[in-house]
Structure formats: structure tokens, C-alpha cells
Design a protein around this ligand. Structure first.
Ligand code: SAH
Ligand code: SF4
Ligand code: F3S
Length: 482
């Protein structure tokens, strides 16, 4: 689709245009020329490798980076021993950062063998000044650093990096800009993430995302619809609408639109089969949204509803804006209106001040909400967030013990819930050849559960009726039926 941009039509004899996206098309044409010259000199194609850490937002951003890299003539490599390596980083928890530092040492080894190799770092970690300082002093072999707000400028930054022999650093504090119509290369041909908004205004006290992703900005509904229509023309049957809190979508647009209204418009797009979204915040999940979901055939009956904690006291300290009772009442309402809904969640263990009693409140909500699955995290102190300054940080051994108890409870309930679909016929979107057994394919139910079934590569990207013969706890074994 957007990959149709004609770089041959760009006039490189004039200065770069000021307006976007034309300015980036200019730099793509310039980069392509430089890459062609380098490839001719080397007598081979130049290769790239993009490694993505973190969430679906980063995965989507990486598709845009890959789109530009391919557009300018780099070819994909399946190893980090490539001519251009880029890490799209995450900083939501400390271990995400450590992974990046660990791998950078290893990249330096490749660079010693290939002096012209370029190493770039982008994404959420780069929005932290301490990180950039550390890289400037301890990882001087890095060539390019940019942040989350100017990722649309990647083509221009790439040209700067190719032209410069110093580290190029361009990180912005924030932006109100959304640049449309840039190239992208999707990881899957049949499904795609679609950003509906960027940033977050919630400032949950433990969370670094609002600091590294900036203030909330929604895309215009027409741009979103246009993108999805183009994706469908290109073979996409499933979209995942992405935002840190999709419930506040559209509030700040010139002509405000609700998330439920947007969903209704997307639901009407012909040829689109499945709609998913993440993440809705429990504090403002509207009745209108439940109503739209209930009546839609395309919106998957799956809600990821992050709990974080079951203790009202901790929820307050976390600035989550709901109580244990309000959360449970919401779960009841959703289950009453959409009985076959799958509910999943995120939970943090060991937030400052968490007592055994608070933890038992979390266990109680898990028991009552009966999640189909849950991501459980150990609280990680993020500098600059209010929670980092709180007293009563919890000792590691206590956290570990609670984490293990919670995980066991989550898994027991999930296995019991999964069992309920055994023997039923459900729709499965086949996504890939099974990694272990090439005679099987792997797909997903509308509720996001994984199914393995006999099949072949021609089935990828299509939806089949599948009988779920056996439940293996986290996944099913099935067979197609007529
Ligand atoms: N916007 C989404 C979450 C994005 S971050 C939402 O509000 O649901 C994904 C998850 O990471 C969060 O739901 C939370 O459970 C977890 N998380 C965020 N900050 C964390 C921290 N400092 N320590 C541990 N887990 C954290
Ligand atoms: Fe972080 Fe809260 Fe925003 Fe989610 S809603 S990104 S947890 S601040
Ligand atoms: Fe990580 Fe940034 Fe996503 S911090 S979770 S990659 S928004």
C-alpha cells in the first residue's frame, strides 16, 4: 500500500522539503542512493536486523522501521551480524533495560569484524536522559540514538548516520505531531496492529510509559479507517487497535469521537473479519463499549482488563482510579452482557506498602474474576515515577513468595476455564506452521487462545471451523470440520 511511494520521482538536486511526509520521502530517496553506492562498492547487498523489545506499540513501530529500511534497499538478515542493526527498546521494567545492555556488548563483537556496520537504538529507553548518558560514555560504538516521538524521521536520521562518523543523537521530550502515510513492512500478511492513539495521560504511580511516550494524542477516525481499508485490500483480516488506554480515544480531537463510535465504524469495513483492541482501562470502560461489543460479529469477545492490584488501598496509591468493588462490579456487568467473553489481565506483585492482606485481596479478585489468563509482574522501581520514592519497598523474598502463589492460582483457574471449550467447534484464524511439527498449523480462537491442528501453509491467514478435541491447559489440539 504505502510502499507504492515512487522514490524515482523525488528530485535530489533541490533542498529537502519542509513538510511531512514529503521530507521523509526525500531522505528515503537519498538513503537509497547512498545504499546503492555502498552495495556496489562491497559487491553485495547491505543487510539489516531489527530487534524489538516491549509491547505491541513497539512491534508496530518496528514494522515502520523495517518498511523504510526495505524501501531504501537494505535486505533482511536473520542474524545480528548485519550491516545495520537497530534495537527498538522498552523500559517498562528494569529487566527490559538489562537485556539491551547485555546484547550491546555482543553487537560490538560484530562491529569489530565489520567496521562499516551501523548500530542504532530507539524506543522508550532512549527517552531517559540517564540511559543516553550511559550509552554516550560506555557504549561509544553506537551510531544512532533516537526516541519515540521522532520515529517518523527515521529516513532522515539514517542519512545523517550514514554521513556522519560521530554518534547521532536526536531525542525529543514530546510531540503533538502524527505523521501519516509512511512505508511499513508487516510481520504478518493477514493481521496487523493499528495505532489509534499515542501516549498516555494516566500517570499510574509505578509506570514510566507516560514519561517516555508523552501526552495522549488520538489519530483522526478517517485516517484510521483509511489505513484499515488499505490493510484489508492488502489481505489483512484481523486488526488489533492499539492505545495505552483506548477508552479515552478521541476525547481531544477537534470533533470528539468515543472509542465505541470508532469501533462501530471499523466494524462496518467490508472484508475485515476480526477486531481486537488493547488496552482498555477499567476506570472508564463505558456501557456503550459493552453494547457495541455485544452486538458485533467481528469484535472478538475478549477484554484485556488490567487489574494491577485487588487492594483498594494499593489501587489508590497506584493512582488507578477504581476500587476493588468497582472492578468486580465491572467484571460482573461485562459477564452478564457478554456471557462468553474471555477476560485477561495484568497484575503487579510487590508494589510499595503491599501487605499480606493487600495481596490476599488480589488473590480474591483473581478467584472471583476467573481470568482466562493473566500476565503477572514483579514490581520494578522506575526512576522518576512517584512510586520509586515511596517508603516500604517490599523485600525480594516476600515478593517472590507472593508471585509464586499468584502464578499458581492464575494457572489453575486458566486451565479450568480453558477446559470448558473442549469438544466445541470454534472459529480459528490459522497464523503459522507449527514450530515443532511441520504437519500442524497454529492458530487463534477469537478469545485469543492458541490451537494446533493438522494442516498446511495454504491455510495461513484463513479462518476455519475447528473442533477443539483436547485441552492441554494453555492450548488446544483440534481438527477442522466442515
Ligand atoms: N496501558 C496499559 C499497560 C501498559 S504497560 C494499561 O494500563 O493496562 C503493561 C503492564 O506492565 C502494565 O499493565 C503493568 O501491569 C506492568 N507494569 C507497568 N509498570 C510496571 C512496573 N514499574 N513494574 C512492574 N510492572 C509494571
Ligand atoms: Fe502506564 Fe497506567 Fe498509562 Fe497504562 S494507563 S500506560 S499502566 S500510566
Ligand atoms: Fe515498553 Fe514502551 Fe511499550 S516502555 S511496554 S515498549 S510503551
Amino acid at each position: 500500500m504505502y510502499n507504492d511511494i515512487d522514490l524515482d520521482a523525488v528530485d535530489l538536486t533541490i533542498d529537502a522539503p519542509e513538510t511531512e511526509p514529503d521530507r521523509q520521502y526525500y531522505f528515503m530517496a537519498k538513503a537509497r542512493k547512498m545504499i546503492q553506492e555502498l552495495a556496489a562498492k562491497k559487491g553485495r547487498n547491505l543487510t539489516f536486523y531489527v530487534k524489538t523489545f516491549g509491547c505491541q506499540m513497539n512491534a508496530r513501530d518496528s514494522e515502520k522501521l523495517v518498511g523504510i529500511l526495505e524501501k531504501v534497499g537494505y535486505v533482511p538478515s536473520d542474524s545480528e551480524e548485519a550491516d545495520f542493526v537497530i534495537y527498538n527498546t522498552c523500559t517498562v521494567r528494569e529487566n527490559a533495560n538489562n537485556k539491551v545492555y547485555g546484547r550491546l556488548g555482543y553487537l560490538n563483537g560484530f562491529k569489530k569484524k565489520n567496521k562499516e556496520m551501523l548500530i542504532a537504538l530507539c524506543g522508550c529507553m532512549m527517552q531517559e536522559t540517564e540511559v543516553v548518558e550511559k550509552i554516550k560514555t560506555s557504549y561509544r560504538f553506537v551510531d544512532l540514538i533516537f526516541g519515540t516521538h521522532n520515529i517518523y524521521k527515521f529516513a532522515e536520521l539514517l542519512v545523517n548516520a550514514l554521513e556522519s562518523d560521530k554518534m547521532v543523537i536526536d531525542v525529543w521530550k514530546d510531540t503533538d505531531k502524527i505523521v501519516e502515510d509512511l512505508p511499513e513492512e508487516r510481520k504478518y500478511s493477514f493481521k496487523s496492529g493499528v495505532n489509534i492513539m499515542f501516549g498516555c495521560n494516566n500517570f499510574c504511580s509505578y509506570c514510566i510509559v507516560p514519561y517516555v511516550r508523552g501526552r495522549e494524542r488520538s489519530r483522526e477516525p478517517k485516517d484510521i479507517i483509511n489505513e484499515i481499508e488499505n490493510l484489508v485490500k492488502d489481505g489483512v483480516v484481523e486488526v488489533m487497535l492499539l492505545g495505552q488506554n483506548v477508552n479515552s480515544y478521541g476525547k481531544n480531537l477537534e470533533n470528539p469521537v468515543t472509542f465505541a463510535e470508532l469501533l462501530k465504524e471499523i466494524d462496518a469495513i467490508e472484508g475485515l473479519e476480526r477486531i481486537r483492541f488493547m488496552t482498555p482501562h477499567p476506570k472508564d470502560l463505558s456501557d456503550e463499549l459493552i453494547e457495541v461489543m455485544k452486538h458485533s460479529k467481528k469484535i472478538c469477545k475478549h477484554i484485556h482488563l488490567p487489574l494491577q492490584s485487588g487492594s483498594t488501598k494499593l489501587l489508590k496509591a497506584m493512582n488507578r482510579q477504581y476500587t476493588k468493588e468497582q472492578y468486580l462490579a465491572l467484571v460482573d456487568k461485562i459477564r452478564k452482557e457478554i456471557p462468553d467473553v474471555a477476560l485477561t489481565t495484568d497484575i503487579i506483585v510487590g508494589f510499595p506498602g503491599e501487605t499480606e492482606e493487600d495481596f490476599l485481596d488480589t488473590m480474591d479478585v483473581v478467584q472471583k474474576a476467573e481470568y482466562d489468563s493473566a500476565f503477572t509482574f514483579i514490581y520494578s522501581k522506575r526512576s522518576g515515577t512517584p512510586a520509586a520514592k515511596m517508603e516500604n519497598q517490599i523485600p525480594e523474598d516476600v515478593v517472590k513468595d507472593r508471585f509464586d502463589r499468584l502464578l499458581k492460582q492464575v494457572q489453575t483457574i486458566a486451565a479450568k476455564k480453558a477446559e470448558r471449550l473442549t469438544g466445541k467447534v470454534e472459529k480459528v484464524l490459522v497464523e503459522e506452521i507449527n514450530e515443532q511439527d511441520a504437519h500442524l498449523v497454529t492458530g487463534r480462537l477469537a478469545n485469543n487462545s492458541v490451537v494446533h491442528l493438522p494442516g498446511n501453509k495454504d491455510m495461513i491467514g484463513k479462518i476455519y471451523n475447528v473442533c477443539l478435541k483436547e485441552c492441554k491447559g494453555f492450548y488446544y489440539l483440534g481438527e477442522t470440520v466442515e
